[in-house]
Design a protein around this ligand. Structure first.
Ligand code: ADP
Ligand code: ZN
Ligand code: ZN
Length: 736
């Protein structure tokens, strides 16, 4: 038999596979797609993943090199994951080696063992025949271990640790008495971050929750997408927990994706307390070793539930049973650089390949998901009411034009805050701008402190006594006087830091806390602040976007959105959707317990239809109107778009490259794709680079894909391509 050719994916920015001869020492029958191999690559040795086995190569025989060694017997990517990744590389037009690298923990990319050689224990022959020394009737812990090993066979740290926290002592004692033996195996992986036995039964489900759980459970073993639309606090997480419980009871695994910001220790603890089996947690803060351990536990099937952020969509699963995506509208599911995938969309594709149900949960479903329901491609599950008798908050608009504004607050707003504080409530103030003030201004000559590297102003951070650019990280001291005319300069506008100061002035008798990226930078400080909020010590809470996700604030009775107007006239077609989601999410923090909540939205445009729909009809009314608008304007989900972005230190190069790219579209001869631009970004210069983009627009996906398949190879060869940094974004979340 001849040595096969391996089509290998290597982590390099090239949109192709690399051909190698199979290693001479390996019998061809041992080779499978999904295994890693060491290969010579340029002057170094690289880890690659076998994607294809072929009989011949386009590369001439004399130049074809041999792979050096096979790393895995069992593929690190099973057939379904490998297929999903190949499809993603095509769909997003991204180099396959980088796509596959994104799916593997760093340790595996560097050649680490995919299989842990784990220590395990098994019953001795003497124990089985009853010849071991008696362990005594009172040693119930020891008995428990023995019974477990007798019933389940050999066990490792994950299984035995779940039986007792002192299991190592017990095992040592049993070893000494000749009951158990230590074995080393190279096959089964262990290594989970939390082990738990289900202890808490959970509340009795409402009829709506019960129906939702019933529908998900009934879809067992069938690809069925569900959109679980439940207002904040309606018990969505409870539905996930029950549906997952049923999956785990079947001996299958659940994959749970959560937004970056909500993977908190509290959430993990809630799952750990309820899921009858070990949990593997995957997020970006893990060490390479922990990540590898969690990956192994997921693949070996020893983790009943795998919970993680975006990239966990690629976690291997031995026995997949269910996928859950919490807060599916969240922007963190879309990777914004490199391999720009949507974890939500890939999770749907993955569930389809496995033939399992998938639940997309949200209080504010994306318009894509709502359209999916309308088109019959997903089943809707509703949780219209809050649990435990909590009532929905009432929304009111405060017209900023009609009232005096005192440092960001209209008079009626201040009066309402006072009323809630006096009644013993907690008040949450939301402003999506951290720092003290967005502008440092000179009253003498009109100078404003600019970022030297961006078309943007520097934000004043009073406590740090610094001027910071939120786009590029430029950091410098605050000047005392204007560099142009020498007059004293002053901060203008409101940031969370200044709002905190203002509130301290108005309501000095109430304790105050701030939650934003600056305030919680220190490790553990977010937990501390949340603790002070939950205990009721903190009465006024100021924060950014960070507040709107996942946190429960049962004592909050009033939410104030300080300025809704930034989102009303955004240039991006998703600006309105994003604003509505933010307002509804932040409003959802109010009145989650028995106290009813109130929400004030300050705006200069109270008559704006978006705000009117939200106040009078809630998110559903807004979404229905927004979908009609999208359809009329031919924007997604009623069209497909891709953008080609380019940037360079000079203004001309990106535009020239994009002009050329536009001409290349014409040579591809694909009908049905419209090209818009090129246009400079609204903030053209960022971190010293000028940025521009070209937008491709088509009614459906297939002409767009046909065009991209022909066009991207031409772009790679284009003469201007080396003078710019360019990237393609398919299904972009933001147009800039
Ligand atoms: P969501 O995920 O939609 O925000 P959760 O599942 O976190 O909602 O539920 C909100 C609160 O209500 C939690 O404290 C939860 O324990 C409680 N809860 C959920 N379902 C029920 C129920 N059926 N009966 C009583 N309390 C419930
Ligand atoms: Zn000046
Ligand atoms: Zn900058």
């Amino acid at each position: 038999m001849t040595r096969p050719i391996l089509g290998v994916a290597i982590d390099a920015p090239l949109r192709r596979l690399f051909d190698y001869r199979a290693p001479a020492s390996i019998e061809p029958a041992r080779l499978q797609p999904g295994q890693r191999v060491w290969v010579p690559f340029g002057r170094r040795k690289a880890v690659g993943v076998i994607v294809e086995l072929r009989q011949r190569s386009e590369v001439p025989d004399t130049r074809l090199k041999s792979a050096l060694a096979l790393i895995d017997e069992i593929p690190v990517l099973d057939a379904i994951l490998l297929d999903l990744l190949r499809w993603s590389a095509e769909y997003y037009r991204h180099p396959p080696g980088e796509v596959i690298a994104a799916a593997l923990p760093v340790a595996l990319r560097n050649g680490a063992d995919a299989v842990a050689s784990a220590e395990r224990w098994t019953l001795s022959a003497a124990a089985r025949t009853g010849d071991a020394a008696p362990i005594g009737t009172r040693a119930t812990r020891l008995r428990g271990l023995v019974d477990y090993l007798a019933a389940h066979g050999p066990g490792g740290a994950a299984e035995l640790g779940a039986l007792s926290p002192r299991w190592r002592d017990h095992v040592r004692e049993l070893e000494q008495r000749g009951w158990v033996l230590r074995v080393r195996e190279g096959v089964v992986a262990t290594g989970t971050t939390t082990t738990a036995v289900a202890r808490e039964p959970g509340p009795e489900l409402t009829p709506e929750q019960d129906a939702a759980v019933g529908a998900i459970v009934a879809a067992h073993g069938c690809y069925t997408p569900f959109v679980l639309h439940g207002v904040t606090g309606s018990g969505k997480t409870e539905v996930y927990l029950r549906a997952i419980g049923a999956v785990v009871a079947h001996g299958e695994q659940a994959l749970v994706l959560v937004p970056e910001i909500s993977l908190t220790p509290q959430l993990v603890a809630r799952f750990a307390a309820r899921i009858p089996g070990p949990l593997a947690v995957l997020h970006s803060g893990l060490t390479d070793t922990d990540r590898l351990q969690a990956w192994r536990a997921a693949r070996a099937g020893s983790a009943a539930v795998v919970i993680g952020t975006r990239s966990a969509v690629f976690a291997p699963l031995a026995r997949p049973g269910l996928i859950v995506i919490d807060e599916e509208h969240d922007a963190s599911y879309k990777q914004q650089d490199g391999f720009r995938y949507s974890a939500r969309d890939l999770a749907l594709a993955r569930a389809q390949r496995h033939g399992i149900p998938i639940v997309l949960g949200s209080a504010t479903p994306s318009l894509e998901s709502l359209e999916r329901i309308r088109a019959g491609r997903a089943q809707r599950l509703d949780l219209p009411k809050r649990t435990a008798g909590a009532r929905p908050p009432s929304l009111h608009l405060i017209d900023l034009r009609a009232h005096a504004d005192t440092q960001g607050f209209a008079t009626p707003t201040l009066l309402t805050i006072r009323r809630h504080l006096d009644a013993g409530g907690q008040v949450l103030i939301y402003l999506n701008r951290r720092g003290y003030a967005p502008t440092l201004f000179c009253p003498g000559c009109g100078w404003v402190a600019p970022c030297p590297r961006c078309d943007a102003r520097l934000t004043v951070h009073q406590r740090e006594r610094s001027l910071d650019c939120h786009h590029c990280g430029t950091h410098r001291p605050i000047p005392e006087t204007c560099p142009d005319c020498g007059e004293a300069v002053k901060p203008v506008g409101q940031g969370t830091e200044r709002i905190e100061e203002t509130l301290a002035g108005f309501f000095p008798e109430f304790a105050l806390a701030r939650i934003d990226r600056d305030a919680v930078r220190k490790r553990g400080s977010l937990e501390q602040t949340l603790e002070r909020v939950h205990s009721g010590e903190v009465r006024l809470l100021v924060g950014t976007q960070m507040l709107t996700k996942g946190h429960h604030f049962p004592l909050v009775t009033l939410v104030v959105v300080l300025n809704a107007d930034q989102g009303l006239f955004g240039t991006d077609f998703r600006a309105a959707e994003r604003l509505a989601q933010t307002i509804v999410q932040v409003s959802g923090r109010a009145g989650r317990a028995e106290k009813p909540g109130e929400v004030l939205i300050q705006t200069e445009y109270p008559e704006h239809p978006l705000l009117q729909q939200l106040v009078h009809g809630g998110y559903d009314a807004f979404a229905a109107a927004a979908l009609v608008e999208r359809e009329q304007a031919h924007w997604p989900p009623f069209a497909r778009v891709a953008v080609l972005r380019a940037e360079a230190p000079g203004r001309e190069a990106p535009l020239a490259f994009l002009e050329h790219a536009k001409e290349l579209v014409a040579t591809c001869a694909v009908a049905g794709v419209e090209v818009l631009g090129p246009a400079a970004a609204p903030m053209e210069r960022r971190a010293g680079h000028y940025r521009a983009q070209l937008l491709l627009h088509a009614a459906t996906h297939s002409p767009l894909q046909r065009l991209l398949a022909r066009w991207v190879p031409l772009l790679e060869e284009a003469p201007g391509a080396r003078k710019v940094r360019w990237a393609l974004d398919v299904d972009p979340l933001e147009l800039f």
